[in-house]
Design a protein. Structure first.
Ligand code: ZN
Length: 200
């Protein structure tokens, strides 16, 4: 078994072989985990949220759902949801410009940057930031179409577990979002915390 701690505000890549299980845990709770997956043999094939919507008929990943690539091939099945469905796959990965949009001055860590750094360590340049699966985020669509992100209720120790359906490189980012934006809460009030990634 491989165990990787993703430090708060950082990202890490792990290899997951076909048939292996990947578990992502928020030990302190309420920490958004941006999740990306690439075909280990062709990183131009990545996990695609919006291709998945029309095969699962849902904008959230749920236990039992199979998530597919942009070439519409099965990449992972979510075998266990230990976070009571508090996820989304609608919100783009945060980046420097989003923090500037919210008024932040100067450089800010981001999930986009975390992805690029983690993949570069393995020798891959990421030109396009895929839409992540956002685990442990309380973002949802209201009946009138509005997006809301109320305070994050995810309990300490909550997790998701997926089974790889092809050889993958998976990247997990501890979302560094720490700005105070009215009505838009991503992480717990005390700020970003670490994530645990296990491959078995
Ligand atoms: Zn983020």
């Amino acid at each position: 078994m491989t165990v990787v701690t993703v430090p708060a505000r950082e990202g890490r890549a792990v290899h997951v072989q076909e048939g292996q299980h990947l578990r992502i845990t928020t030990p302190k709770g309420a920490q958004a985990a941006d999740f990306f997956a690439f075909n280990a043999h062709n990183v131009n094939e990545w996990l695609s949220a919006n291709h998945t919507w029309v095969t699962t008929f849902c904008v959230k990943p749920r236990e039992g759902d199979t998530l597919i690539s942009r070439f519409r091939r099965p990449m992972v099945t979510m075998v266990k949801d230990g976070a009571e469905g508090v996820h989304d796959m609608l919100i783009a990965a945060c980046d420097q410009f989003r923090y500037e949009f919210f008024g932040h001055k100067g450089p800010h860590a981001s999930c986009s940057e975390n992805l690029c750094v983690a993949m570069r360590r393995l020798g891959h340049i990421v030109d396009v930031i895929p839409q992540p699966i956002n685990f442990f985020t309380n973002t949802r669509v209201e009946v009138d179409g509005r997006l809301v992100s109320p305070p994050n209720p995810v309990a300490p120790g909550a997790f998701v577990e997926m089974k790889a359906l092809m050889d993958l490189i998976c990247v997990v980012s501890s979302c560094p979002f720490d700005l105070k934006v009215d009505g838009w809460t991503i992480n717990a009030g005390q700020g970003p915390t670490e994530l645990l990634v296990e491959v078995r």
